[in-house]
Design a protein around this ligand. Structure first.
Ligand code: HAS
Ligand code: CU
Length: 549
């Protein structure tokens, strides 16, 4: 073995911590922007100094959807691979830092153009809205930086495999590598539209842009993006939570298979975001909706595995009856409680996703604030509560400290505050969406139209929820700062559970990358080739850029 895996190399800890630091700064700023948005939409508050609602909305979406997630995930995954396959080599570490600085400089650049009002194009930066070229160039740096970090992880993994021929790699390393492969394949789409379409167009080198092509390339990336966020949460659920509660991983092979299914089915499904877009034939929308229903399966497998883990643990502790295991779970431990509440919220969140993906129902909810409600349950509750829960051991593990009882209690309160705030905010977004309230739009009564007046009570409820959530953000920041700088010195483990049964041969087959990446490419070609040719060949003249803010 390279070294004791229990203790993290200080240099690797620094790399992971640098990523987490940027993530939490993004949370603080992005969360504040979110508070302002809900206040504006309540109709009771106006932004000072002529600041545009859309500037704030773009800040919020980019900082939380793109920056917080990517930095947290890469930092977490560096820690996870070091924990399971040893310290980074000095060249991998150098790559890791190069990636980090590229991403950080890119973020600062994009943030500058957003905050100076030159890029209020929202986090999806849909053409024909046109931002300053600096915004797109900053985002490109973020993506390319993340690739460099991905290569650092691949190199680390390859080195381990060479030294352990014929063995399956440890679960968390396998999962991190799978997530980075997913990321690499899907970011090619967004890189293509940004580099070949949006940058030349915003620099004035080209006049017009093929809007449908640009959106299609965006969603080729945009859907797998949400699984790039979800999979690290699943890593915590599969590999860490069993250890935290004192149990075992229900099935190592099932977990690996779920990840491979995500890799296969995450990408060829982008059209479920474009179901109401003209210019894509209904047949290809249908094909991608079928594939979308395939990508639900690994989440259902995960739900099954989590129930099985909890129930086997409870029964081993002497629980009886159908739900006796419920009482045996460690409710007072924030490392368990926060991700568990995340799981609970994923039940309505995932159900909402299935509604969105159903073509006929999508016509009711598309472009309404229902969709905003959906993703505040998925990414802003399930995923983020799991990330918070992971921070409670990850940060002290990296800083050589321990979480005190008082901080644990605050973390339990934080989780409850978050759940209550989100129930108000996301719940009322869902209801208002069903009444037709639009998303991506500032407060308006639409000339006192009776329909718009119906939305107002829900918008006030959103502001109440948003305010409660902002208190949640202050609480998590207090905890994180405590864990980083003030908690007592000591050792905190990075919990990794053992599997209930010895590893099966299937685990090795699931590491046959040539096969899986080959299948990924085949599925992408099937789902996208014909519609893309169509979109390019039959395109209207293209659109000039608009700056509507
Ligand atoms: Fe989504 C829009 C469909 C999952 C994020 N989604 C979005 C957008 C975002 C987003 C950000 O088909 C907006 C993009 C934009 O700005 O326009 N989504 C789905 C489907 C799923 C799904 C089918 N979404 C996610 C996840 C996200 C996310 C995960 C982030 C992390 N989504 C859509 C569609 C749209 C969309 C359309 C476009 C809408 C439109 O018209 O614009 C599925 O992956 C969901 C599967 C999940 C489940 C739940 C399984 C439950 C589990 C928990 C078990 C609980 C336990 C606790 C163990 C089926 C695993 C048990 C304890 C007890 C005792 C009960
Ligand atoms: Cu999607």
């Amino acid at each position: 073995m390279v070294q004791s895996l229990e203790k993290v190399d200080r240099r690797d800890a620094k790399l992971a911590l640098a990523h987490l630091a940027v993530a939490f700064v993004a949370l603080a700023l992005g969360g504040f922007a979110g508070l302002l948005q809900t206040l504006v939409r309540s109709g009771k508050f106006e932004l000072p100094a002529g600041i545009s609602y859309y500037t704030i909305l773009t800040t919020h979406g980019v900082l939380l959807g793109l920056v917080l997630t990517t930095f947290f995930i890469i930092g977490f995954q560096f820690a996870a691979v070091c924990r399971t396959t040893g310290a980074l080599s000095s060249s991998s570490r150098r790559f890791g830092w190069t990636g980090f600085w590229m991403m950080t400089i890119g973020t600062a650049m994009s943030a500058f153009f957003i905050l100076t009002g030159q890029a209020a194009v929202l986090y999806t930066f849909y053409a024909p809205l046109q931002a300053h070229a600096g915004f797109y160039i900053g985002l490109t740096l973020v993506v390319v930086g993340s690739w460099v970090s991905g290569f650092a992880m691949f190199a680390h993994y390859a080195r381990w495999r060479k030294a352990h021929r014929g063995e399956a790699s440890p679960l968390l390393t396998f999962m991190s590598v799978t997530n980075m492969v997913l990321w690499l394949v899907c970011t090619l789409g967004v890189a293509a539209t940004v580099v070949f379409q949006l940058i030349p167009w915003s620099l004035g080198l080209t006049d017009r842009v093929n809007v449908l092509l640009s959106r299609t390339l965006f969603w080729y990336f945009g859907h797998p993006l949400v699984y790039f966020w979800l999979l690290p949460a699943y890593m915590v659920w599969y590999a860490v939570i069993p250890k935290v509660i004192g149990g075992k991983i229900f099935s190592d092979s099932l977990a690996r298979l779920a990840f491979i299914l995500f890799l296969l089915f995450s990408i060829p499904v982008g059209f479920h975001h474009q179901l109401l877009e003209p210019g894509i034939s209904p047949f290809w929308k249908y094909v991608q909706v079928v594939l979308t229903f395939m990508v639900i399966i690994p989440s259902l497998m995960t739900a099954f595995a989590m129930f099985a883990t909890f129930e086997s643990y409870g029964r081993a502790q002497g629980a009886t009856g159908l739900f006796g295991w419920w009482r045996k779970l460690p409710w007072g431990d924030a490392r368990f409680f926060a991700p568990f509440v995340g799981m609970l919220f994923f039940i309505p969140a995932g159900t909402g996703g299935i509604i969105n993906a159903s073509h006929q129902l999508n016509q009711v909810v598309h472009n309404t604030i229902w969709v905003t409600g959906h993703f505040h349950l998925t990414v802003a509750t399930t995923v983020i509560l799991t990330f918070f829960g992971a921070s409670y051991w990850l940060i002290p593990h990296l800083t050589g400290r321990v979480m005190t009882k008082a901080m644990n209690r605050l973390a339990i309160i934080q989780t409850i505050v978050w759940a209550v705030g989100m129930t108000f905010m996301s719940g009322s977004m869902h209801f208002a969406g069903l009444l037709g309230a639009p998303r991506r739009s500032a407060f308006s009564t639409y000339g006192n139209s009776p329909q718009a007046l119906e939305w107002i009570p829900y918008q006030i409820a959103q502001a109440v929820g948003g305010t409660i959530l902002f208190i949640g953000i202050i609480l998590i920041l207090v905890i994180v700062i405590n864990l980083a700088f003030f908690a007592p010195k000591g050792e905190t483990e990075f919990p990794v559970a053992e599997a209930a049964a010895p590893q099966e041969r299937a685990a090795l087959a699931l590491e046959n990358w040539k096969l899986w990446i080959g299948l990924v490419v085949a599925l992408i070609l099937i789902a996208y080739t014909v519609p893309l040719i169509d979109i390019i060949q039959n395109a209207p003249p293209g659109s000039k850029g608009y700056k509507l803010w």
